[in-house]
Write a protein that binds this ligand. Structure first.
Ligand code: 56B
Length: 306
C-alpha cells in the first residue's frame, strides 16, 4: 500500500503535535535483538473458521464493523468477533447479503447478543446495508468472489474494496494533502492471510505491501514505549479521556505517525538483523500487548474507520 506508506511519511515529516523518536525505535529494536515475539492470528480463539467461503464472508462483515468500541466501556473487539461467530454457528445464513441489507439496529444487537445500543449504531447498520447491497450487485452476494477478483494481490483487493465500498475509504485531509490509512481494508487482508495461513483465500503475493492498522491501541503502545512523543496539551487530552476531533491535525498525526514509526522499525530490524519481517507481524505483537494492558490510555475519536 504505497499510498498509505507515502502519505504517512508525509504527515510524519510535517507533524507538530506528535513526533516519532528514532532513537527510541533503535533502543526498542536492540532490546528485542530484532526478535519480534510471534503472536498467532486468533491467539484469543474467538473467530469463526471453516476453511471456506463462509469464513471470508464472516471476516468481511467483521471488518466492516471493526471500529470504535470504546464508547461502551464493556464492549471490545472480542465481543464483536465472538458474537458474529456464535450467530453464524447458530444460523449459517445470518451473514448472507440479502440479510445484511435488511438488519435494523435492534436486530444487529440481537445478532451480537449485546444488551444495549452499540456505539454509533446507525452507522454500523448503514455499513452492513452497504456491504450487503454491493456484494449482491457486483459479487454474486459473496465476499469470497470479491477476494477471488483480486487475483492474490493485497493491493488489488484493497483497491477493489475501497472502490466498491465507500465505508472502507479511510482517508483524511491534512495540511491540504490527502492522507490514506485504509485501516479496515488492510486488516481484512491481514485477517484472510492469518486465518487461511497464506493459502487459498489468504494467498497474497504482495503481503509485504501492507502497513500496520492505524487504530487506537497500537498508538498507545508506541507512546508507552517512548517511540511516539505527544505535545503536552495532547497528552492532557488523552490522559483525561477528552475526545479528539476526527480529521483534526492531532488525530491524523497520531495515526499516520504510528504507521510511519512501525515502517521505520521494520526497516531497521530487517537491515540490522537480516530479516524479512512484515509490518503485520509487528502490528499483531503491539496490538496484543496493548489489549492486555488495561491501564493504557488511548486516544478517543468517534470514527467509523477504526
Ligand atoms: N492494529 C490493530 N488493531 C486491531 C486489531 C484487531 C483485531 N485483530 C485480530 C486479528 C488477529 C488477532 O487474533 C486479532 O483478534 C482489532 N483492532 C482494533 O483495536 C481496537 C479495539 O480495541 P478494544 O476496544 O480494546 O477491543 C479497534 O480500533 C479495533 O479496530 C489488530 O489486529 N491490529
Amino acid at each position: 500500500m504505497e499510498a498509505v506508506r507515502a502519505s504517512a511519511a508525509w504527515v510524519a515529516s510535517r507533524s507538530s503535535h506528535v513526533k516519532v523518536d528514532m532513537l527510541e525505535i533503535e533502543k526498542a529494536v536492540d532490546k528485542i535483538q530484532g526478535n519480534v515475539p510471534k503472536v498467532e492470528w486468533d491467539f484469543e480463539g474467538i473467530h469463526y473458521f471453516d476453511n471456506g467461503p463462509l469464513t471470508v464472508q464472516y471476516l468481511f462483515v467483521l471488518d466492516a464493523l471493526n471500529f470504535c468500541f470504546w464508547p461502551d466501556k464493556d464492549l471490545t473487539y472480542d465481543n464483536l468477533a465472538s458474537g458474529l461467530k456464535l450467530a453464524l454457528e447458530k444460523d449459517k445464513s445470518a451473514l448472507d447479503a440479502d440479510r445484511l441489507k435488511n438488519y435494523t439496529g435492534p436486530q444487529l444487537r440481537e445478532l451480537l447478543n449485546w444488551p444495549r445500543p452499540l456505539p454509533i449504531e446507525e452507522e454500523r447498520v448503514r455499513l452492513l446495508h452497504e456491504v450487503g447491497l454491493e456484494l449482491e450487485r457486483s459479487f454474486g452476494g459473496e465476499a469470497a468472489n470479491l477476494v477471488k477478483s483480486a487475483g492474490n494481490s493485497a493491493a488489488s483487493l484493497i483497491e477493489l474494496i475501497t472502490r466498491h465500498f465507500p465505508g472502507f475509504r479511510d482517508h483524511s485531509l491534512y495540511k491540504g494533502h490527502q492522507v490514506f490509512l485504509y485501516k479496515r481494508a488492510q486488516i481484512f487482508v491481514a485477517d484472510l492471510w492469518g486465518a487461511f495461513k497464506g493459502e487459498n483465500y489468504g494467498q497474497f503475493d504482495d503481503i509485504k505491501s501492507i502497513t500496520i492498522f492505524a487504530d487506537y491501541i497500537v498508538p498507545a503502545v508506541l507512546r508507552e514505549l517512548g517511540i511516539l512523543k505527544y505535545e503536552s496539551s495532547l497528552c492532557c487530552s488523552i490522559d483525561s479521556n477528552r475526545e479528539i476531533v476526527p480529521g483534526s491535525e492531532e488525530e491524523v498525526e497520531i495515526r499516520a505517525c504510528s504507521v510511519h514509526a512501525v515502517e521505520k522499525m521494520r526497516e531497521l530490524i530487517n537491515k540490522k538483523f537480516g530479516k524479512q519481517l512484515l509490518s503485520i507481524d509487528i502490528d499483531l505483537w503491539l496490538w496484543s500487548v496493548g489489549v492486555q494492558n488495561m491501564a493504557l490510555s488511548h486516544h478517543r475519536t468517534l470514527s467509523i474507520y477504526y
